[in-house]
Design a protein around this ligand. Structure first.
Ligand code: ZN
Length: 298
């Protein structure tokens, strides 16, 4: 496979927005694919207006205040406002913004809007690359890259505070499947007795991180710095441009649905057992066996 990229952002001057960070470039690259090739330059000049009026180098830092300033800016043509609004909507529904307060005023339905984006992206990329996993390669991690993370995860000693902090972010995104926004907003009073309780969810920490987070001297992880920590982790293990979203997008590829409880678990062998050649999750396996409800045949 010579080229897995959706298209060449870097090589097409008409699509470049100057002064944005790598994560924003990566976001923009996917956002463009929601448009036909011919309309992308027009979208780009609209996005450049954001930089003209709002001096920020990262899309993640855009706020509702920026959104309302831009959409009320009478000097921006209506057609461009439409693209700007669309980018904000994209950032919002894919949870790429650091601060979402205020956006509830827009009444954007995440699932609905996401499915519209996905449909357009699919439509505009299917001719370029029919292999879905490949076309998403820019947005998720390869098996080899994940192995680098797992190896590091397994090799770091529990008392290596600095690296354990980095790993916490990987653990929270990948193993706990926490929302990036949830992690970013985490505070220490939400963590107690090995459980993280957020507004919407509860997460059980494994014993490794339960112990780590209960140590008084580690209670200074700046959770809001998730992007920096993940990027640092990427540099250590040798993955260029590692963002939280890339890890998040990879979870699905490592997930299997249990045919009994219908819950999705990571495809790690120790989370699964086999009954008569079919795999079921460990919990269901134990229940089925103790209930004696399934006969094991040889
Ligand atoms: Zn199950």
């Amino acid at each position: 496979m010579s080229n897995n990229k959706l298209f060449s952002y870097e090589k097409d001057a008409k699509l470049i927005v100057n002064g944005i960070d790598d994560e924003s470039k990566s976001i923009l690259e996917r956002f463009y694919t929601n448009y036909s090739v011919s309309s992308r330059p027009g979208v780009c000049s609209a996005i450049r207006k954001i930089g003209k009026f709002i001096k920020k180098n990262s899309f993640a830092k855009l706020t509702y205040k920026d959104y309302s300033e831009l959409t009320n800016n009478k000097t921006i043509p209506v057609a461009q406002l439409f693209h700007i609004e669309s980018l904000f909507k994209y950032l919002y529904v894919y949870e790429l913004l650091n601060d979402i307060s205020g956006f509830e005023n827009c009444y954007w339905n995440k699932e609905k809007e996401k499915s519209i984006f996905e449909k357009n992206i699919h439509k505009n990329t299917k001719h370029i690359n029919t292999n879905n996993a490949k076309s998403n390669s820019k947005e998720s991690l390869s098996f080899e890259e994940m192995e680098k993370l797992f190896n590091f995860y397994n090799s770091v000693s529990d008392d290596d505070e600095e690296n354990m902090k980095l790993l916490f972010f990987f653990y929270a995104i990948f193993y706990l499947n926490m929302q990036i926004e949830e992690i970013r907003k985490l505070t220490y009073d939400q963590i107690e007795n090995g459980i993280i309780i957020t507004e919407d969810n509860e997460y059980e920490l494994n014993s490794r991180f339960e112990t780590f987070l209960s140590k008084p001297n580690t209670s200074n992880i700046p959770f809001g710095g998730i992007n920096d920590y993940i990027s640092k982790l990427g540099k250590i293990v040798g993955i260029n441009e590692l963002f939280p979203r890339k890890i998040k997008n990879t979870i699905e590829r490592y997930s299997i649905k249990c045919p009994v409880c219908q819950e999705t678990h990571l495809n790690f062998v120790d989370e699964w057992r086999t009954i008569n050649n079919k795999i079921v999750c460990l919990k269901c396996y134990e229940k089925l066996i103790s209930d004696n409800s399934v006969k094991k045949t040889k």
